[in-house]
Design a protein around this ligand. Sequence first.
Ligand code: ADP
Ligand code: MG
Length: 274
Amino acid sequence: MSLTSLARKVRERRVDVPFIPVALALESVTKQYESGPNAVAAVSDVTLEIRPGELIALMGPSGSGKTTLLSIMGGILRPTSGRVIFCGADIGQMTEEDRSRVRLGHIGFVFQHYNLFPALTARENVEIALDLRGVTGRSRREQADELLEQMELGDKVDVYPADLSGGQRQRVAIARALAGTPSIILADEPTAALDSQNGRVIMTIFRALAHERQRAIVVVTHDNRIIDFVDRTVAIEDGRIKSDTVARSPEASAASLNGEIIRSRRVRDWAVAP
Ligand code: ADP
Ligand code: MG
């Protein structure tokens, strides 16, 4: 066996590190930004369960509470009342330090505007996320490259965000979000700044991550085209859940209902636009 193929095997093993799929449950979650008699709840009495292997669209008009709800799911914001159950624990009741540990270990965030450091290369942007999780030295660099390779960005590791296309930047952001092997990925309008082809690529990646790697993924959007990719659509209006529907596609519905793994595509087979 050649050294290169050995190295590749070792790398692949590391990336295939098992993770524990966990569901997240919101129970009667309400969030008010200000207290007082005239306070309006940004999120009202939301009860929702998110299952591993499920790709969910969270839809609703601007100001309906999508970002607030996503931030509560990810332990960035504490709810005013209600419970956020993750791994059997209420993350809303945790200290800031413990919540931050949960975020680092289990939750990956992807934002509309990528939030990449402009002065850092694609590799360095991913390395920072690994560094936060205690991965250092050569292993950090190898994992960063492997994550970028999975996003079909193996030839862009040394490139700065300004020299990448929007779709490429968003894939760097996804590589970064995957750094902690999170079981939950929360994406806030990740395709809003992209053209439709790149939007489809991003959604195909999320679909593969959900169905082949059992991630639970919530994508906030008001783009109707995204519905074709998801297993379930949760509609929110004025901070309340209006509807919660399983996708029409039979295979997606089956995945959502039975938690079955759909082996539709290998992760490496993503069609990625230049
Ligand atoms: P969406 O993401 O669906 O556009 P948001 O969750 O951002 O909705 O906002 C929901 C409501 O909460 C809006 O009325 C918004 O003005 C209000 N809001 C959001 N963030 C804050 C904040 N930090 N302080 C006060 N009000 C806020
Ligand atoms: Mg928002």
